[in-house]
Design a protein around this ligand. Structure first.
Ligand SMILES: Cc1cc2nc3c(=O)[nH]c(=O)nc-3n(C[C@H](O)[C@H](O)[C@H](O)COP(=O)(O)O)c2cc1C
Length: 299
């Protein structure tokens, strides 16, 4: 009942684990798939991640949002060359790449294609905080990265955006050049700042950080509403999903699938099963299906 077809691949649910700290090891990803996540993403991989500085504290949890300064890769990218098959045994894996260095994308994708290709690739050019450097990646690097990836693979390639860098004209250009198979919106947004009033200091070691969780959902929905009218390729909605009704909002808006991170980080992989069950109950009660509600928004 929840099965979808995403870029030619069958997923047993439209709920996908978004890229994040949980995607540093295969055990977490397998756990999510056992609880019937439709697919799972690795942490964004980089060829040289050892030099990245870790800011502490790296997380702040507010009532309805999370701030993070967590931009380290603990696991080397080559770990996934050895372990992606184990994950794919349970369900589709998305290898997340960074557009910050197009040559890294080529290196990583070419190695996976030779050894054990994953179901999907996702190019992340969106992290709006990246600790102190605010992730400003130019569209020309994105186009270059996508071109290099597409030369190496026939697998579907997603482009992950954030609210900060949606440029409809540029996205239409990438779409018309057949460089993207689906768009993912949004990465964490911001940067955001939280101050400890007792200490008169920022709570994060990096001063500002990426904001995620329920508070960002209305902003993401509004941007997808705008994007949906201009873009033909599937859109995967991500931002602030904590329950089945949140998922339904994205699907009614026209999203093909959704990704979830903060809620899984806080409540564990079991939330996939809970949300799947609530989604099924809703669809049965309303005598609807995912395809009958997809894009059914009435204005
Ligand atoms: C701790 C943390 C780490 C993250 N790391 C990544 C990452 O490596 N790559 C990426 O594309 N997005 C990363 N994200 C962003 C999430 O994938 C997601 O786009 C964002 O958190 C919004 O969704 P949510 O509200 O469901 O968390 C991270 C988010 C958090 C909170």
């Amino acid at each position: 009942m929840l099965e979808i077809n995403l870029c030619g691949k069958k997923l047993k649910s439209p709920l996908i684990l978004a890229s994040g700290t949980l995607g540093e090891n295969k055990e977490n990803l397998i756990e999510c798939l056992k609880y019937n996540a439709g697919a799972v993403a690795t942490r964004t991989l980089r060829v040289n991640s050892a030099c990245r500085e870790l800011f502490r504290p790296a997380y702040y949890f507010g009532d309805n949002f999370m701030l993070n300064a967590d931009n380290q890769n603990i696991t080397p990218w080559t770990y996934w060359l050895e372990n992606n098959k184990d994950v794919e045994r349970y369900g589709p894996l998305i290898i997340s790449l960074s557009a910050r260095n197009p040559d890294d994308c080529k290196t990583i994708v070419s190695a996976f294609e030779k050894k054990c290709p994953p179901s999907f690739y996702e190019l992340n050019f969106s992290c709006p905080h990246s600790a102190k450097i605010y992730g400003e990646i130019p569209y020309k690097d994105v186009e270059k990265s996508l071109g290099l990836i597409k030369k190496e693979t026939k697998r579907a390639v997603f482009l992950k955006l954030s609210l900060n860098n949606v440029n409809i004209k540029q996205l239409k250009k990438l779409e018309s050049k057949k460089l993207v198979d689906a768009f993912v919106l949004s990465n964490s947004i911001g940067p955001g700042l939280k101050i400890d009033v007792e200490k008169k200091k920022p709570v994060l070691g990096s001063t500002v950080g990426g904001m995620s969780g329920p508070a960002i959902k209305p902003l993401v929905l509004a941007k997808i509403y705008e994007l949906r009218q201009q873009i033909k390729k599937p859109i995967i909605g991500v931002g602030g999903i904590a329950n089945a009704k949140d998922v339904l909002e994205y699907i009614i808006l026209g999203c093909e699938a959704v990704q979830i991170y903060t809620t899984v980080h806080l409540r564990g992989p079991k939330v996939f099963e809970e949300i799947n069950q609530d989604l099924k109950n809703f669809l049965i009660e309303k005598k609807e299906s995912l395809s009958s509600i997809r894009g059914s928004l009435i204005i």
